[in-house]
Write a protein of this length. Sequence first.
Length: 212
Amino acid sequence: MSPAPRTPVIDARSSGYVGCGHCGLVLPLGSQDHCPRCGGALQSRKTDSLSRSAAYLLASAVMIVPANLLPIMKSSSLMGEKEDTILSGILFFWNSGSPGLAALIFFVSILIPLAKLGSMTVLLWSVHHGKHHYRQHRAHLFRLVELVGRWSMLDIFVVALMVGLVHFQGLAIIEAGPGAAAFGAVVVLTMLAAHSFDARLIWDHPNPRGTP
């Protein structure tokens, strides 16, 4: 017995409706500019979503180079001055008997930003070229990008904790290096890229097979 054909996916915009992005209220498309329940602006799609998201993503890809090459922390003590990058900090914790902390910093400071850049690139490329395959997988991928985005700041928190601990003990004078500012820019820009991307664009292009 052949399987029953799947029901084609019908979106709200093609049916003449728009959903409020703030409270979820569904209204006829073009009937109002703002939601009567919460006052939020009604948009069937975010304005210039792809171009704005791509611009933020490109900027974050540029900033990730100095974030990893420039010193993220400078320390001055009686023993002299020292500058540490993210990679040298990972190696320091690894060699000093803290492999767990080294792995954590590597994960949140290098692996997650690169994974977000790659994931957002795939999403933008697939929407720009109107790809209709694996839509559900791409929707899950975007939700994962949003979920893990908040953990990208964990490395900055670790550096801030180290600075506070060293100052408290009076061991040295610690200053944030230019790499910290670059890394913070990477985090903010990737978050803006994800926020600017309209996930509803994944479902806009018609699927010739009528399946998700």
